[in-house]
Design a binder for this molecule. Sequence first.
Ligand code: AHG
Ligand code: MN
Ligand code: MN
Length: 336
Amino acid sequence: MLGKKHKTLGEFIIENQSSFQYSSGELSRLINAIRLAAKVVNHEVNKAGLIDILGAAGDTNIQGEDQQKLDVLANDIFIQTLKNREIVCGIASEEEDDFISINSNDEKHQNKYVVLIDPLDGSSNIDVNVSVGTIFSIYRRITPAGTPVQLEDFLQPGNKQVAAGYIVYGTSTMLVYTTGDGVNGFTLNPALGTFYLSHPDMKFPDNGKIYSVNEGNYVHFLQGVKDYIKYCQEEKEDRPYTSRYIGSLVSDFHRNMIKGGIYMYPKSSVSESGKLRLLYECNPMAFIAEQANGKAIGGRTRILDIVPTELHQRVPFFVGSKNMVDKLQEFLDKYK
Ligand code: AHG
Ligand code: MN
Ligand code: MN
């Protein structure tokens, strides 16, 4: 049982505040606001099954609409929570065409952080009661505080992230995040509405036996990826590996970090850049992975070194246990 011996997220945030490089309490307040939004979204996501059961009574279209609503709802909850607390100067979201500026042209407001979010990741899983998530990424703005926030504040390479994390609404709800000093996981006790530090200092094992990829797209993959998948399936001392694909990046990543594994969303002959978004999905997960002894590449490059050119940019994404990512890289390099 989660009880006294587990620190709460609130306690953890206060204890660690002084270790931030430019600590003013602003980042702590921001993480606190995300914690609050996560609880509200969790409450909505938990009810979704119930709504689906009622909705499924006749019309399948309504289920589709409900799901879409939940995407929008999660988006609204995160944006409103951050807006109301006047805690950031800008937000970019997978669900919004453009970035949102918050009092950023008001000299009184000296907020220096921008947040980028995927409010509901894996949302096609909602319908079938399978885990979904939220992903967030935090940067310090590069334009001066008190002036309107600009696109360039959001288009920073992932290596400039100040913090990143995800919430997985699974069999239990967890908030996992890093501020650049390791990765810690907190489990929500739903009866108390409190997150407890249940997974301190999370690490990817160096090796793993799980590979996660949508193999339905196999025929479209580049030869290097195809060869690596065949390598995973070969009969050797420690192979074949196990294939696990939930279709929700957050959940697939979370499992692989705990058990050891690799997640792949390659580019293919039909989608030149892959599917996942650099700013809302790949960068935050790559930051977490590197902070947890893992590795994340977008082909030949380290994800965190890519300089973004647009908000909704997509990139191929390979993330997981170091040795597995290195092995994949070997296969990719054969076809340079
Ligand atoms: P989102 O629900 O935010 O659009 O993200 C879905 C993403 C990711 O979570 C998942 O791993 C991937 O899309 C699944 O894509 P496929 O269905 O193409 O495998
Ligand atoms: Mn997503
Ligand atoms: Mn999404």
